[in-house]
Design a protein around this ligand. Structure first.
Ligand code: ADE
Length: 231
């Protein structure tokens, strides 16, 4: 059975995962720590990347190339764009785009660079596993585009622009870079987020207030998914 990578961006996003791992072995590599362990019958490697697209791309690459992970699940929090996403709600990405990638001066669409894609789709099998876990648990799972950028958005105009430009439901700071790496390396991947704030004027305060509780909602769901993943 192949190893499963589970990553977050911040310590708070992986702490609820580490609490439930067994036989944990810490591995320092590339200025970070990778936790190899087991969850039930599955071998997993857990790490937090640090915030932002560059650190997330580095960690995803190492999880795949150095630790040999064959699937990658991301767990963490996001700012809501859609009005129907409230704090604590779970959202899965059907696709991810980089809202801060801009060579529109050359006539290209926002989020696009030559030989890339504006929106990268997540693995359908993993999405279906998420839906079946949600159904079994009686949880509501929203699905939509998640927009990623190296900005904490606490600004209603920026939030609206990202929502309209990319038809995005939520925004965060890592998903699309993980998508680029996994897509290039042919590794099935999945991005789950629980809402911590609404990317508005209150976002900073809400994020600090709800980071831990929303991160746990996401992490608990990811572990239920690991149970359901086929070898
Ligand atoms: N992650 C959680 N909330 C966010 C926000 N408002 N902007 C960017 N990333 C986030």
């Amino acid at each position: 059975m192949g190893k499963i990578a589970i990553m977050g961006a911040m310590p708070e996003e992986i702490e609820p995962l580490l609490a439930k791992l067994e036989n944990v072995k810490e591995n320092a590599y590339g200025a970070n720590v990778y936790y190899e362990g087991s969850y039930g019958t599955k071998e997993v490697v857990v790490a937090y990347s640090k915030i932002g697209k560059v650190f997330a791309a580095l960690t995803a690459t190492i999880l795949i190339e150095k630790f040999g992970c064959e699937k990658l699940l991301f767990s963490g929090v996001a700012g809501a764009i859609s009005d129907d996403l409230k704090i604590g709600d779970l959202v899965i990405a059907d696709g991810l785009c980089q809202h801060d990638l801009d060579i529109s001066a050359f006539g290209h669409p926002y989020g696009y660079v030559p030989e890339g894609e504006v929106c990268i789709a997540t693995d359908v099998t993993l999405r279906n596993i998420a839906k079946s876990v949600a159904q079994k648990k009686g949880l509501t799972l929203k699905e939509g585009v998640i927009a990623t950028g190296d900005q904490f958005v606490a600004n209603p105009e920026r939030k609206e622009w990202v929502g309209e430009t990319f038809k995005a439901s939520a925004l965060e700071m890592e998903g699309a870079s993980v998508a680029v790496v996994c897509n290039a390396l042919n590794v099935p991947f999945f991005i789950l987020r629980a809402i911590s704030d609404s990317a508005d004027m209150d976002a900073g305060f809400d994020f600090d207030t709800f980071l831990q509780s929303s991160a746990k909602i996401s992490a608990d769901f990811i572990l239920d998914m690991v149970d359901q993943i086929e070898a």
